[in-house]
Design a protein around this ligand. Structure first.
Ligand SMILES: [Ca+2]
Ligand SMILES: [Ca+2]
Length: 443
């Protein structure tokens, strides 16, 4: 099964860390079936090589104009945490994901070598992250994490004489090295002096225990009359062709709803189908698409429109290191967003907790619930897990988010356990702090 795992990770084209501004970790609430959020905090240092023009004193790197360069470098440096939480120590079996809104404080700076412009910069770090519950059960834990000492040297020093990477899970190239970073890998050429081992503290954060999707608004007018519009976009694993896992999932989704007596197929074109379901007080319109991602204008049009107008938007496919669903490129911004419209976005791909959470809540902080994954996820789970979300939301018992997420997790768990990889994606809902806490009784 290692092959499958490697393949999943390889294809989990998952992202460069968002701007590392000094912001408080998110106040967004959360519920995960098998996972929890934790605060990750530590104090450490890194070695910054200032430009030839830098004269000092060392503390000047903490101020403008050098501060900007330092922030940029530290930002890039901390991307290596992504690799740690995916590949290193206990995280190799139980991957975690950072929220990506860290509070970073630069504490002090001193010269290691004035002549070489090397400055030791002390900093403190605090962010939220999601982890499986067994890693952060009910009280704080400390886990060692290992970061490079010098960003400007780590890649070159890791290379073998033949030019191969020795400290990464996959031969990835300099610009993706942080994602595959694993200083524990056998044969890693980095010496103790090239590395900094940090004791990071992991403190569990509470999860929500009873919150509901905003059924009343979602199933009501919500800006589109009787329709409850669900848009589900599935992308290929490699190419749109027979035997591709993504194509197979698209066909499986059509089959699941084709067999559902409550749904009727209204329209089917190449790579696009519409199902309808009539209810007493609303009509379901379920649009399912199979689409290529990059360079496909149609993909951006469909997703952009769904983010603005759909009641429920589901995406299944690659994350491309978090670069795929970029709100800016998708024209999801303060001018286009309907702040009052209740929406559910389910980003089903690799580690979407890390990539899309903060980005979308920044633009739409309320009336939005985002379903994410903590770990890489597998293409062959998409159709069934997506169907579970839809049928749970349409279930006339109007289940709370905790039941919906548990049902999605169970569905995924059964498929994954059957096929045998080491971990499952750890599905969770984010942003239920503004949601109803009492059951919805009437549609
Ligand atoms: Ca409606
Ligand atoms: Ca919400």
């Amino acid at each position: 099964m290692t092959n499958n795992l490697n393949k999943a990770i390889l294809f989990c084209v998952c992202a460069a860390i968002a701007a590392c501004k000094t912001l408080a970790p998110s106040q967004v609430d959360y519920y995960g079936a098998n996972n929890t959020r934790a605060e990750v905090s530590f104090e450490s240092y890194f070695i910054f090589k200032a430009g030839e023009d830098f004269k000092g004193p060392a503390a000047d790197v903490l101020k403008a104009p050098y501060r900007e360069v330092l922030d940029r470098e530290l930002n890039e440096y901390l991307d290596y945490l992504t690799g740690i939480f995916l590949n290193y120590g206990p995280f190799a079996d139980y991957p975690g994901s950072l929220y990506g809104k860290p509070t970073i404080k630069l504490l002090s700076a001193s010269f290691l070598s004035e002549e070489k412009h090397l400055i030791k910069v002390n900093y403190s770090y605090l962010d939220h992250a999601s982890f499986t519950k067994n890693l952060v059960p009910d009280s704080s834990r400390t886990y060692p994490i290992v970061l490079p000492a010098r960003l400007d040297q780590v890649y070159e020093k890791n290379l073998s004489p033949e030019g191969h990477e020795t400290c990464s899970m996959e031969e990835s190239g300099k610009f993706r090295f942080w994602y595959y970073w694993n200083p524990e890998k056998e044969g890693c050429r980095l010496k103790p002096d090239d590395l900094i081992t940090i004791n990071a503290k992991f403190s569990p954060l509470p999860s929500t225990s009873l919150t509901y999707p905003d059924y009343e608004t979602l199933l009501g007018d919500n800006g589109n009359g009787r329709d409850l519009e669900i848009v589900w976009v599935i992308g290929p694993e490699a190419y749109i062709k027979e035997n591709d896992n993504g194509v197979w999932q698209y066909n499986a989704a059509l089959k699941l709803f084709g067999q559902n007596p409550e749904f009727s197929l209204e329209k089917k074109d190449e790579g696009h189908a519409i199902f309808r379901s009539k209810r007493d007080n609303f009509d379901v319109m379920l649009k399912i698409y199979l689409m290529n991602y990059f360079g496909d204008k149609e993909f951006y049009n469909v997703v952009s429109s769904a983010l603005q107008h759909a009641d429920i938007f589901i995406f299944h496919g690659h994350s491309n290191y978090g670069n795929l669903l970029n709100p800016e490129a998708l024209k999801f911004n303060s001018e286009t967003v309907s702040q009052g419209k209740a929406q559910i976005f389910y980003f089903g791909g690799c580690r979407t907790f890390r990539y899309y959470n903060a980005k979308f809540f920044e633009i739409k902080p309320k009336n939005l619930d985002i379903i994410t994954t903590t770990a890489p996820s597998y293409f062959w789970t998409f159709a069934q897990v997506g169907e579970t979300l839809i049928t749970e939301i349409l279930n006339s018992s109007y289940p709370p988010w905790q039941s919906v997420i548990n049902a999605m997790h169970e569905r995924e768990r059964k498929i994954v356990e059957y096929s045998g990889p080491r971990f499952i994606s750890s599905i969770a809902v984010n942003g239920d702090e503004d949601n109803p806490t009492v059951p919805f009784l009437k549609p």
